[in-house]
Design a protein around this ligand. Sequence first.
Ligand code: PMP
Ligand code: GLN
Length: 389
Amino acid sequence: MNSETPAPSPALVSKMPTVGTTIFTVMSALAAEKGAVNLGQGFPDFGCDPALLQAVSDAMQQGHNQYPPMPGIPALREAMAAKIAALHGRSYRPTDEITITAGATQAIITIILAVVHPGDEVIVLEPCYDSYVPNIELAGGTVVRVPLTPGTFRPDFDKIAAAITPRTRAILINSPHNPSATIWTQQDMLRLQEILQPTKVLLISDEVYEHMVFDGQQHQSAARFAGLAARAFIVSSFGKTYHVTGWKIGTVAAPAALMAEFRKVHQFNVFTVNTPMQHGLDQYMLHPAPYLELPAFYQRKRDLFRTGLAQTRFKLLPSEGSYFQCVDIAAVSNLNEADFCKWLTTEVGVAAIPLSAFYGNAFDQRVVRFCFAKKDETLHTALARLAKL
Ligand code: PMP
Ligand code: GLN
């Protein structure tokens, strides 16, 4: 142990002066401290398919432990390309149009750093996932916030069209949507395509919940629309699809010219992504059943959770996709969303996320988000506690 008094570190000028710790980390820490059921941060509390663990373990034992190629192992890129072609009818070349990333989070910041120049405008639709705005700001871009329609969270295309200027570089969309659990219809995608058609605006389509779409609806990937696909970076996450959020592995698909710029940044951002997971996922993807069965798997949990919530004084909002369920708290409490979530975690023993965390101005509409990617017993425990409200 060195007994010297530590020398002071040089003072920093923060690059992100208004940014604190993400709400997901804050609420999970509070849930752990209070022993609450954590329906806040979005992650499954159940394990993944043992066959996937076996495939990754086999890959490690077989010696797949050194750097893979910079864009990811060819076999996994081929498997992704085959999946997109089968589901959405568009072919991406595995060689230069698909890259394996360290989760969707790294994919999104890398896309933004690759395409946004200082002073460029980037449109986000609020409420939005909490990494988008800081990512745009780090790239020196100007964030242009367009609200989704209050109450329904539907895109307002007149507002989107009005927000486009000669300086608009990109628009970020997310369907199925975190936090509102709404999905974009084919009509929505066609309307966006029409609006973007005369422009050079790029599309960043965050599709991490692509396999969690309920009631027989179809996920409308940007890949299905020629005019969108030509300008789109499409982001997926194996973490969401295969119940392994901690593995931090995903993909980006984009036309070659866009992907070339993406890879210039990616190679100096992470260079590449852990090898054994890539080999394991490649083997596991030979079978489409796990992602084809995901809608039914999560729809059953959604319905179980909604049936329970219907017995409480919360007002249920629709949950069309994702693994989230939003509720209106007005009949239950007078607190604002953030205070309500802290109170619910501390006093009732169930953690939730305030929707205000997904807005730049902390807009409060008395709605909070629960995650139902949990064991049935976890959902039952939470529901029993919520029923007392
Ligand atoms: N986008 C959205 C909308 C998300 O909900 C998440 C989940 N954390 C991510 C991106 C990041 O995904 P990943 O864990 O693969 O980085
Ligand atoms: N996407 C997850 C959510 O919305 C959490 C991801 C994270 O913790 N950063 O809850």
